[in-house]
Design a protein around this ligand. Structure first.
Ligand SMILES: NC(=O)c1ccc[n+]([C@@H]2O[C@H](COP(=O)([O-])OP(=O)(O)OC[C@H]3O[C@@H](n4cnc5c(N)ncnc54)[C@H](O)[C@@H]3O)[C@@H](O)[C@H]2O)c1
Ligand SMILES: O=P(O)(O)OC[C@@H](O)[C@@H](O)[C@H](O)[C@H](O)CO
Length: 487
């Protein structure tokens, strides 16, 4: 069968390259590149996207082999109706491989049309690597690569204030725009770049923090064959996502003149303060994802849809959101409840196979950023423990034992973290540690949680009790007991 490329799908039009995108991952393709496609279709944006890889991999070649084209399936509820639609996204002009084609990258920095820079390099990408140098081709870190790009742009236009960029990172970390700007300035100082450049970075460029929301499970492994037959071509970069989307960009009003989202149907907001949107989304949606994963997976389930539709696990998730997460959030309760209802409906999307094991990646740091803040607020507000979140934490510890029944769980986390759990669960199995000692060691380990969790009153003993129950009778029965004690 033929492969998707310009020969079988002619791009409607070739637009000037206005956007530089760090990252070729599923999310950016299913969300940002789709947004630029909509802007091209519905406004005079008339711009295309150049993609570069934030770290070494060969996915850029795959993108170029398909002339930047890929098929996006958007499946779920739109305006109250179940919708299943797909289209070929044409907004990417090309990828530049920074390892083999760095001069092209420098050339792009000197082009007049370029205006936007977007990124999604996971939570691990916005970091400072002191070993990066200006002369590297390329620098190892994403911010190092970006600083080099901006410096070459500054030089190409002799510091022209009008040639700065609007930089919108999409990584799910707090104040992503500010962090990125800070690190760029750190590189400017490390590399002894001139003060004029530093002023240009600060004044001519606009770093916006942003929050993204769309569930994009990515490549449809289960239905690829069927979809390929329907399409009549192979597409290695096929992406599946839900219909729902929200992009909140914190930035000045004038950005609306350049990103003319109004009237396009895009749920993209340019606001003064994105904090409430971020806290709500991370605690309710990502928090529920992370908290449900060890419970539902150990229960024997494999996808989010199965979990939310499951009588007991589904009830556990909904009650946790309603009774333990929402009460920790500020803002009008009806609005929060309505967002939570939307999230529950999105989890139940029958088209999307979102595997718990994919959400389980780096679960320990996700617990810290997505669950722990709500957990701590709850304890402070009610002076008691949120029992469902505690149960989920107990299941998380059990999940890192690395076994579901007789099957091994393929833990994807920092190797040191995986080793830490392996060692201590091993000692428990060898009867060198009692359950209470094991729990004490794990909860006290600040490298896992960013704090000593044994300082939370009664947490250690409750987790020990839960874990013993799970160890002796399994998660199913333990969950039943939890419901019985909740009545
Ligand atoms: N998939 C979703 O539903 C979704 C939704 C909203 C936000 N996100 C966020 O987007 C991120 C990427 O998700 P995805 O589904 O596109 O994953 P993906 O695996 O398809 O892409 C990951 C991208 O991040 C880059 N990357 C990974 N580690 C990096 C590092 N240490 N430094 C620099 N770059 C690095 C990879 O090169 C790749 O470009 C996730 O961290 C997630 O928080 C995902
Ligand atoms: O992509 P991750 O691994 O950071 O997190 C898993 C999910 O919680 C996440 O992808 C959500 O689906 C997404 O954040 C929805 O906007």
């Amino acid at each position: 069968m033929q492969k998707l490329n310009n020969n079988i799908h002619q791009k409607y039009i070739s637009y000037p390259e206005k956007v530089l995108q760090f990252g070729e991952g599923n999310f950016l393709r299913g969300f940002i590149d789709w947004q630029f496609q909509v802007l091209n279709e519905k406004t005079d944006f008339n711009g295309s996207v150049v993609v570069v890889q934030p770290r070494g991999n060969n996915k850029i070649e795959r993108l170029n082999n398909q002339d930047g084209l890929f098929t996006l399936y958007l499946q779920g509820i739109k305006e109250g109706q179940l919708v299943n639609e797909h289209q070929v996204i044409e907004s990417i002009s090309r990828g530049i491989n920074l390892f083999s084609d760095y001069p092209e990258y420098i050339k792009l920095a000197g082009t007049e049309d370029l205006r936007f820079i977007v990124s999604n390099t996971t939570e691990a990408g916005i970091v400072f690597d002191p070993t990066d140098k200006l002369e590297d081709r390329p620098q190892k870190s994403f911010p190092g690569k970006l600083t080099s790009f901006l410096y070459h742009r500054f030089q190409a236009f002799a510091g022209d204030q009008k040639r700065g960029c609007i930089i919108i990172p999409c990584e799910l970390i707090e104040r992503n725009g500010e962090k990125l700007r800070e690190i760029v300035l750190q590189y400017a100082s490390l590399w002894n770049l001139e003060d004029e450049f530093i002023e240009w970075v600060k004044n001519a460029n606009t770093f916006c923090s942003s929050l993204v929301d769309r569930i994009v499970p990515g490549f449809p492994t289960d239905s690829y064959k069927e979809k390929t037959e329907q399409l009549g071509f192979e597409d290695e970069l096929m992406v599946v996502g839900e219909q729902y989307h929200l992009w909140v960009i914190e930035g000045p009003e004038w950005i609306k003149n350049e990103l003319k989202v109004e009237g396009t149907g895009l749920n993209t907001l340019i606001v003064n303060d994105l904090t409430p949107y971020r806290v709500r989304k991370v605690r309710i949606l990502n928090g529920a994802h992370t908290a449900m994963t060890p419970v539902a997976y150990l229960y024997g389930l494999s996808t989010v849809e199965e979990s939310i539709n499951h009588e007991e696990v589904g009830m556990f998730i909904k009650e946790m959101i309603r009774e333990e997460i929402i009460p920790t959030l500020e803002g009008p309760k009806p609005e929060l409840s309505s967002y939570a209802d939307d999230v529950v409906n999105r989890f139940a999307n029958p088209y999307i196979k979102h595997y718990l094991m994919s959400i389980a990646l780096n679960s320990i740091s996700k617990f810290q950023t997505r669950n722990l803040p709500a957990f701590l607020d709850y304890v402070e507000k009610y002076n008691s423990l949120p029992k469902r979140m505690v149960f989920s934490l107990s299941c998380l510890l059990y999940f890192y034992k690395g076994k579901r029944g007789n099957d091994s769980i393929e833990l994807q986390d920092d190797p040191e973290i995986v080793e830490f759990f392996k060692t201590h669960w091993g000692k428990f199995e060898q009867q060198e540690l009692a359950m209470s000692e094991l729990v004490n060691i794990i909860l006290a380990e600040q490298r896992l949680w960013g704090m000593d969790l044994t300082s939370i009153p009664n947490l250690e003993s409750t987790v020990s009790t839960n874990l013993l129950t799970i160890y002796q009778i399994g998660v199913k029965e333990a969950l039943k007991e939890l419901f019985e004690t909740s009545i």
